[in-house]
Design a protein around this ligand. Structure first.
Ligand code: G6P
Length: 616
């Protein structure tokens, strides 16, 4: 998800860029870089691996003079974190910073290599420097060249481009990745997000998809990709600096819940073959997958819940036996792990000590390994990187971007999407699904971002419901099948940020214990979506009602059967059973969030918890 900043004006650009990047570090922090250009055309490029502090240290001895420049803080998507993969990327006097994903970068790279271009990184971004430089050779202006370049790419981009032959000018383009222009007095700014330059200006132009243009000290030029002039109103931003960092949200958790349509879109990008009814999993060795006769998923916390959904998907779609085990249990259990077993580790951070240890133990016993992870090249993906042994299948990355709120939200939802893609890939390799069924799942996945957007629009109703349960001491969450893990996750979200004791239970198990707890002090949230378990879940609900229990239910948008039977209803468009878990998650996240807020708690940093647990 990367952060971009650009400055042109009368000041020295470097400190403006570095301060801007500091405010954008929440968007990524595996490497950083700046490039400035002096009025003479002298260009200065500095990059460093790791957090911004490393770049600062470099600049302390090798400063970048010049009053026009671009900067970048990276969250790797293509090419591991390293100095040579850090942005800006340079080719023939053109330098580029980019946030987004270029889907056809391999084909473009091959085309350019055939023309004699040599590349110095493994990134998709470097393509832009080459494409722009090629256009420049033909005499096109910088802005025309950027338009020419973006016409060739498929994917998402926010782009800022410098050229030593036109100092004082920064060209930019945006599609599906955020980019704003900050308007100053005799100076102008570019940034991924408002907070980067809020201390310099409060007037912003929020760029839209397909916008391209240039900034100079004197002003802003804006056109569409074909060069037709555009005009956009500037907005006066009234946020405080702290609010701006959270994108205007009160908490990172809320911001991250709101980012889920984008996070899902990014996780699906380039992987859904809607036309040819297939999936393409980049970074995963299909030969290894094809040899797996059994899959053991291992993870901790929320990632373990995602794994539980994954088991249903893998078994249902690909007919591969699949187990899920807590990493902290698996490693000490002396498990039976044969060499045709694939151990799949799921982790947001890629650093969780128990998950890493379980994975290493599995490797030691000769299993095949793979991971689903959000942080590129973290310890877990490194342990799964293909190493010539034919046993490491690589990593399927979720593309949620950095998650700061301790309670995982967007990482979980993108893990569910990644697991669904993986199950479809396995099904396709094993021919266990018809083309038509496969196409149905792909379509349901493609519709998810919009459906999540719709659920986020219904937040006020969830907040109103949350107000009724603020004083609860205990709460039970029930679900069956694919929705059982969602009941576990809903309960975990509530307990970790609101400190209300909450338990998730398989609805069918209710009568084997929890039913003894039911009274008017124990609200019960029932996940009652269409599917084979629906009638049974309704019976469980009746049993609860008969004992005076207060019921909240998550139901399908078109289901009105429970309208008069429950205290609160959350409606989700659960038309497809295998994407329903994602949709059912959204109101549960919002519910936990609002209950915790109404109780006045520290939502982003709940007591005693850590974002990444690197001790066993
Ligand atoms: C901690 C976090 C959870 C997370 C779990 C596993 O407990 O607070 O949100 O689910 O670790 O982390 P991982 O990074 O491996 O997914």
């Amino acid at each position: 998800m990367c952060g971009i900043v650009g400055y042109t004006g009368a000041r020295v650009a470097e400190p403006v860029l570095i301060e801007g990047l500091q405010k954008l570090e929440y968007r990524g922090y595996d490497s950083a870089g700046v490039c400035t250009v002096e009025a003479s055309g002298a260009m200065h490029l500095r990059r460093a691996m790791g957090k911004l502090a490393a770049l600062r240290a470099r600049l302390a001895t090798e400063p970048c003079p010049g009053s026009t420049g671009i900067g970048h803080t990276r969250w790797a998507t293509h090419g591991k974190p390293s100095e040579h993969n850090a942005h800006p990327h340079r080719y023939e006097g053109v330098t580029v910073v980019h946030n987004g994903i270029i889907e056809n970068h391999r084909a473009l790279r091959a085309e350019l290599q055939a023309e004699g271009h040599t590349f110095s990184s493994e990134t998709d971004t470097e393509i832009f420097a080459h494409l722009v430089a090629r256009e420049r050779r033909g005499g096109a202006s910088l802005h025309e060249s950027v338009r020419g370049a973006v016409r060739r790419v498929h994917g998402a981009y926010a782009l800022a481009v410098l050229d030593e032959r036109c100092p004082g000018e920064i060209a930019f383009a945006r599609l599906a990745s955020p980019l704003v222009v900050g308007l100053g007095d005799g100076e102008n700014f570019l940034a991924s997000d408002v907070p980067a330059v809020l201390e310099h200006t409060r007037r912003f132009v929020f760029l839209e998809d397909g916008d391209t243009g240039t900034i100079t000290a004197a002003g802003l030029t804006l056109t569409d990709v074909d060069g037709r002039p555009l005009s956009r109103e500037a907005t006066q931003i009234l946020w405080s600096a702290v609010m701006a960092e959270k994108g205007g949200h009160k908490h990172f958790m809320h911001k991250e819940i709101a980012e889920q349509p984008r996070a899902v879109t990014d996780t699906l990008r380039g992987r859904l073959g809607l036309g040819d009814g297939d999936v393409t999993l980049d970074g995963v060795d299909l030969d290894v997958l094809a040899r797996a006769k059994r899959i053991v998923i291992t993870a901790c916390g929320t990632s373990w819940h995602a794994g539980l959904v994954g088991r249903y998907l893998v078994e249902q779609l690909a007919r591969v036996p699949c187990e899920v085990e807590l990493a902290s249990e698996l490693r000490y259990r002396d498990p039976v792990l044969s060499d045709d077993t694939l151990v799949l580790a799921i982790s947001q951070s890629g650093e969780t000590a128990d998950t890493l240890a379980a994975l290493k133990e599995a490797k030691r016993r000769g299993t095949m390994v793979m991971s689903i992870c959000n942080v590129i090249d973290a310890a877990i993906p490194r342990a799964c990187a293909p190493d010539g042994s034919g046993k490491a299948a690589g990593t399927l990355y979720t593309r949620a971007g950095p998650e700061i709120g301790v309670a995982s939200t967007k990482a979980f939802v993108t893990q569910l999407v990644a697991l669904h893609l993986l199950a479809l890939q396995l099904a396709s390799v094993r021919k266990t699904m018809t083309k038509q069924a496969l196409a149905g799942d792909l379509q349901a996945l493609a519709e998810l971002p919009m459906a999540i957007e719709g659920l986020l629009d219904g937040e006020d109703a969830v907040k109103a419901a949350a107000a009724r349960y603020v004083a609860a001491r205990d709460m039970l969450f029930l679900g069956r099948g694919l929705l059982f893990p969602i009941a576990l996750e809903g309960a975990l979200k509530l307990k970790e940020i609101s400190y209300i004791h909450a338990e998730g239970y398989a609805a069918g198990e209710m009568k084997h214990g929890p039913i003894a707890l039911i009274d008017e002090h124990m609200p019960v949230l029932v996940l009652a979506l269409p599917g084979p378990g629906y009638e049974k879940v309704i019976s469980n609900m009746e049993e609860t009602r008969a004992r005076g229990g207060r019921i909240l239910a998550v139901v399908d948008t078109d289901d009105h059967a429970l309208d008069d039977q429950v205290e609160a209803l959350f409606r989700v468009p659960a038309r497809h059973p295998r994407t329903a878990p994602v949709l059912a998650t959204i109101p549960l996240q919002l519910f936990a969030y609002h209950v915790a807020c109404l109780r006045g708690l520290d939502v982003d940093q709940p007591r005693n918890l850590a974002k990444s647990v690197t001790v066993e």
